[in-house]
Design a protein around this ligand. Structure first.
Ligand code: 3HC
Length: 288
């Protein structure tokens, strides 16, 4: 099935939304990137300039390709400017109430055959779809991975009401964006975080119990399992608050306490040591 998408609307110009916009533009699609905060849009545009320029330096694409991709992205501060989009991909804060509020507004704007997609990492697609009423069949999860331009996967999450046609269009669109799309059903954590987060959580228990020092835990997992980063470095990269939050969502959603976050993980979050974004998490990045 053809995806039938010419214009991609992205809501949220943070790391994920910005990455999704860049990948879509580089795939030749027109992009409208919306963020209510002008500062965030400026940061998103600056990151696009930097990453596109770096690709030219490395010979990954030409200056003309970079300019054309940048020219396909419109940065907008008014939600109404999304109206011509054929798909809206939402990538805002992982908070169910805020997401539902935004989706209730978007649902009223997109009453045709547009696809409504959330990049949530763990919130139920079935629950978010309740915010768009009759459009639940057009609602789906498109779970991208950080850094979006590098990571090949899009985990495509089918909510209870998601139609076959919506799934087929999103699978086609993801591959047109140069990604490998893999479908999964809507259970807390989906597939990726259901398996990744308990591994990260276990790394914190291993550290807490003094089995090994953090750097050694990571070295063992990097070299022994051929992972690009050890689990504790990866936790810092993702954000310790995000890791703890996803574990809680799984503990509640799967109704099983084995998914509760490790006390040491929670303690670092309480201390404000959230990882790369605060300069310190498991490891210290303040000198970088
Ligand atoms: N944006 C765009 N490109 C980036 C980038 C970024 N933020 N960071 C790195 N890159 C590119 C570099 O340009 C480079 O490209 P090249 O090979 O074509 O020249 C390539 O990635 C490798 O980068 P570096 O040489 O600087 O560094 P590394 O080799 O150490 O790779 C990494 C960095 C790609 C981040 C690698 O360590 C990695 O793959 N780590 C694991 C990442 C991961 O697991 N992500 C998923 C997190 S889970 C998630 O997102 C889901 C959520 O629900 C929690």
């Amino acid at each position: 099935m053809s995806h039938n998408v010419k214009v991609v609307g992205v809501v949220g110009a943070g790391q994920m939304g910005g990455g999704i916009a860049q990948v879509a533009a580089q795939a030749g699609l027109d992009v409208v990137l919306f963020d209510a905060q002008g500062e965030q849009l400026k940061k998103g545009a600056a990151l696009h300039d930097k990453l596109l320029a770096r690709g030219v330096e490395k010979g990954k694409w030409t200056q003309a390709d970079a300019d054309a991709a940048k020219g396909r992205i419109r940065y907008v501060e008014k939600v109404g400017e999304l109206s011509g989009a054929d798909i809206v991909i939402e990538a805002i804060v992982e908070n169910v109430e805020i997401k539902k509020r935004v989706w209730a507004e978007l649902g009223k704007m997109f009453t045709g055959d547009q696809i409504l997609a959330s990049n949530t990492s763990s919130i139920s697609i079935t629950e978010l779809a309740t915010a768009v009423g009759d459009a639940a069949d057009r609602f789906i999860g498109m779970h991208f991975f950080n850094p979006v331009p590098v990571m090949k996967l899009v985990e495509v999450i089918r909510g209870l009401a998601t139609s076959e046609a919506t799934t087929a269009r999103v699978l086609a669109l993801s591959s047109a964006m140069g990604k490998v799309a893999v479908p999964a059903n809507d259970r807390a954590g989906f597939v990726s975080n259901r398996i990744l987060m308990p591994m990260i959580n276990e790394a914190f228990y291993t550290w807490m119990e003094g089995v090994a020092e953090p750097a050694d835990i990571d070295e063992i997992m990097k070299l022994g399992m051929a992972h690009p980063m050890g689990p504790l470095r990866l936790a810092d990269f993702i954000g310790l608050d995000t890791c703890a939050h996803i574990m809680e969502v799984m503990a509640d959603g799967l109704n099983d306490d084995r998914y509760r976050p490790c006390p040491l993980l929670k303690q670092l979050v309480t201390a404000g040591r959230l990882g790369d974004k605060t300069g310190r998490g498991v490891f210290d990045y303040s000198q970088k």
